[in-house]
Ligand binder design. Structure first.
Ligand SMILES: [Fe+2]
Ligand SMILES: [Fe+2]
Length: 290
């Protein structure tokens, strides 16, 4: 059954916005995807849970959104700012909902740069804890989450300029090793007659790679990109190549924030014009009939 309409609602973003008084910003991302079938049935997909369940619950209440009837939770990748609220959220829901993620989401997440060492950048709970509270589904290939909504699984990395993160490490067989964050992925929503949108967490796999992969999964190019692009430390040259390839593929709208970075946002605002928007807690994109 195809869906008539989808709403993508940013529940938590770094920026609190200005439309609704009292909404909180927090470094991280949580997105509710609501799809409405032509029969009238609604499905709720929660994509990422922010770094703290209390902000997610607070913002959802202010927005009048009930998360108790969420059908499925999908995770973009292991980082704490996307997974930190998972235990609080599952306890709050009080049911064993499916949690869909890549197996590497459970690997330790370690960030090492010249100025920072963080051993707690990954998901802040154990596999046992997750399995105790949810129906954990670990997969590398795409999974349909609801009518018109697919989680994309492992993203093939093809572009030359979207380089694997050189600051990401994990521990494997007792050794500290570089980790390319193969768990990083997105969700695609396709509404017949209106087109598709891809929703991303941090885009560590590269947003162009993710859009290309989403196009292969659903057989059409997403017109819109929504979420974080992790271009915060990218060079102007990489940002230019990213914009040009998104355009070449057919992306018309970018609704971005979180780790996208001010320089990339400014360059995208200039290139995409009315097709650019900065997301914030409470921001909403509608695909389909209003
Ligand atoms: Fe992030
Ligand atoms: Fe991340």
């Amino acid at each position: 059954m195809s869906c008539a309409r989808a709403e993508v609602i940013i529940l938590v973003d770094d920026y609190a916005g200005y439309n609704i008084r009292g909404l909180l910003g927090q470094h991280g991302l949580a997105v509710l995807i609501k799809v409405l079938e032509k029969s009238g049935r609604t499905y709720k997909v929660l994509f990422d849970v922010g770094q703290d369940g209390s902000v997610l619950v607070h913002n959802s209440k202010l927005l009048g959104i009930d998360l108790h009837d969420v059908d499925v939770i999908a995770l973009s990748h292991r980082h704490y700012d996307h997974t930190g609220g998972i235990v609080d959220m599952l306890k709050n829901i009080g049911r064993r909902v499916p949690v869909v993620a890549h197996p590497d989401v459970l690997k330790p997440g370690i960030v090492i740069t010249e100025s920072r060492v963080d051993f707690s950048a990954g998901i802040p709970c154990s596999e046992g804890e997750l399995r105790g509270l949810s129906n954990l589904v670990l997969a590398r290939t795409p999974i349909q989450l609801a009518p018109s909504v697919w989680w994309l699984g492992e993203v093939p990395r093809k572009t030359s300029y979207e380089r694997e993160p050189d600051w990401s490490y994990t521990v494997s067989e007792g050794k500290l090793v570089r980790d390319p964050l193969k768990d990083d992925t997105g969700v695609v929503i396709s509404i017949e007659g209106y087109g598709a949108a891809v929703v991303v967490g941090c885009s560590h796999s590269g947003i162009v790679n993710i859009v290309e992969h989403a196009s292969e999964v659903i057989g059409e190019v997403p017109k819109a990109v929504i979420g974080g692009l992790h271009l915060i430390s990218a060079s102007e040259d990489v940002i230019k190549k990213t914009i040009s390839d998104l355009r070449r593929l057919g992306v018309e709208e970018v609704h971005v924030g979180h780790c996208t970075g001010l320089k990339a946002e400014a360059m995208m605002a200039s290139e995409f014009g009315d097709g650019f928007a900065k997301i914030y807690s409470g921001y909403k994109v509608v695909i389909g009939t209003e």
